[in-house]
Design a protein around this ligand. Structure first.
Ligand SMILES: [Fe+2]
Length: 392
C-alpha cells in the first residue's frame, strides 16, 4: 500500500457528521455522504471518502458484453508473442488483448485508437497498467492522477476510473490484473512501514492523485464493471466522482520504472534485486538501464537457468536486450517450468566489452503455470523454441 494521504475536506474524526457549509444537501440532511473502501474484508488498508450524493444510487444494471479469455493447451514450450504486430485498435480498456493467464493473474496488451468512453471498474482485480508509451491522467473519486511513459499505474480493485490520454494514438500499455493485493515488497520496508534507505525506491517516487475532482452532476452516468469475463453496465443516478475529500491508503498511484535504483555488483546479481511489486502467486520485477558487472572475468549476461517452480514472463519495453536475439520492443516471452533457458548463443562474447546495459523490461514470475490466450496465438513466433541452436 502507498503511504497515508488526505485530500480536500474531511471531518476531524471518522464516521461523525461532515456538515455542509450550506446547511443543506442532496437529501436535505445537511451532510456529505461518507463511503469507506476496504481491502480484504475490513482487515487491510482502507480509505474514507465524502460524496455530494449517496454513492449507492444505482438506477439500472444491464449486461453489456463478454471478454473472450479462452486459452489454448499447447505442448510444453517457450513462447515469443510478438505484440508489436498487434494492430492499434479499440478503447484503452475494452481494446485490451489478453495474452497469458492463470488463477492469480491476467496479462494483456493495449494499443488503443479511441479514448475510453465510459467510466470503468474492475470488480475482481487490482490492475497494474505499465505505460510503455503515452501520457495523460486518470480520473477517479480520489481525484486526478497524471501519468507518463514508463509509469506503473496501480488501480486498487473496485476503483471506478477513466483514462484520459493526451494523444490516444501514442498509447501503449501492458496490463496486469490480479484478485490479490498488490504490495511493495515487504523486505523493502522497515518495522515502521517506511521504505528502507537501501530499498531501490522510496516514498517520494510514489505519486497519488495531484488534485481533487468533485463533479457535481445529477444526471445518469454509466460505469462498465468487469466481473470475471462479463462486462456489466451500471447506470448511476449521478456522476460517481463527486467527492469533496478523502483520506486513507487505498487510492490509485504511479511509480516510474526509471525511478528504480538498480543494484549492481562485481558479478551477476540474481532477479530478486529487480523486484518492484509482490502479490499472491506472482512477483513483478523491472530491469532498468544499469552498469554491468565489474569483475575482470565477469560473464555479463544471466545464467542459463531452470525456473523449477515458476513460469517466467518477460515484456521487452525498450533498449538493447543483450542476452537475447530476435527480440525487440513489444516482444513478450514466456519460459515455463520444465525447460532450461538462458542467453542466446554468442551473447556472452558479445557483451564482454560492454560496461552498461541500456534495457528496460518488465518480468512477471508466476507460481501457477501460465496458459496462452487464444488472442496471442496469431502473433506467436513458431521458431522461438529452437532459437538457442547455434545455426538458428
Ligand atoms: Fe529467465
Amino acid at each position: 500500500m502507498p503511504a497515508y494521504k488526505q485530500m480536500g475536506s474531511i471531518p476531524i474524526k471518522r464516521h461523525i457528521k461532515h456538515e455542509r457549509d450550506t446547511g443543506e444537501s442532496f437529501l436535505n440532511q445537511g451532510l456529505y455522504y461518507e463511503h469507506v473502501t476496504t481491502m480484504a474484508g475490513f482487515d487491510q488498508g482502507y480509505s474514507i471518502s465524502y460524496h455530494l450524493r449517496p454513492p449507492t444510487r444505482v438506477k439500472e444494471i444491464n449486461s453489456f458484453g463478454e471478454i473472450d479469455l479462452s486459452c489454448r493447451e499447447t505442448a510444453l514450450r517457450p513462447h515469443h508473442i510478438q505484440t508489436q504486430q498487434l494492430e492499434r485498435s479499440g478503447e484503452s480498456i475494452l481494446g485490451r488483448v489478453p495474452l497469458f493467464k492463470n488463477n492469480d493473474i491476467l496479462v494483456s496488451r493495449a494499443q488503443p485508437d479511441k479514448q475510453q468512453q465510459h467510466i470503468y471498474r474492475n470488480a475482481g482485480a487490482t490492475e497494474i497498467i505499465f505505460i510503455t508509451q503515452g501520457s495523460g491522467h486518470i480520473e477517479s473519486m480520489f481525484g486526478t492522477l497524471p501519468y507518463k511513459q514508463y509509469d506503473y499505474i496501480v488501480i486498487p480493485q473496485g476503483t471506478a476510473y477513466l483514462i484520459k490520454s493526451n494523444k490516444i494514438e501514442d498509447e501503449s500499455h501492458l496490463i496486469i490484473e490480479t484478485p490479490s493485493l498488490v504490495q511493495l515488497p515487504q523486505r523493502y520496508l522497515n518495522p515502521q512501514g517506511q521504505l528502507k534507505l537501501g530499498a531501490p525506491f522510496y516514498e517520494r517516487d510514489i505519486h497519488g492523485p495531484s488534485e481533487a475532482l468533485c463533479v457535481d452532476q445529477d444526471e445518469e452516468c454509466t460505469i462498465l464493471c468487469k466481473q470475471d469475463t462479463l462486462i456489466n453496465e451500471i447506470i448511476m443516478a449521478h456522476h460517481p466522482f463527486d467527492v469533496v475529500g478523502w483520506d486513507g491508503v487505498v487510492y490509485p498511484y504511479t511509480i516510474n520504472a526509471l525511478d528504480f535504483e538498480p543494484i549492481t555488483g562485481t558479478v551477476h546479481q540474481p532477479p530478486p534485486i529487480h523486484q518492484f511489486f509482490e502479490a499472491s502467486g506472482f512477483v513483478v520485477c523491472t530491469f532498468v538501464p544499469r552498469h554491468l558487472d565489474l569483475h575482470k572475468q565477469a560473464i555479463k549476461v544471466p545464467y542459463a537457468h531452470s525456473n523449477v517452480q515458476m513460469d517466467e514472463l518477460l515484456y521487452y519495453v525498450d533498449g538493447n536486450f543483450s542476452s537475447r536475439k530476435g527480440i525487440s520492443s513489444g516482444s513478450v516471452t514466456m519460459h515455463p517450468r520444465g525447460l532450461t533457458h538462458g542467453p542466446h548463443p554468442g551473447t556472452i562474447t558479445k557483451s564482454e566489452s560492454e560496461t552498461f546495459v541500456n534495457e528496460l523490461a518488465v518480468m512477471i514470475d508466476t507460481v501457477q503455470p501460465l496458459q496462452l490466450c487464444e488472442a496471442a496465438l496469431s502473433i506467436a513466433d513458431p521458431n522461438y523454441p529452437v532459437s538457442w541452436m547455434e545455426n538458428s
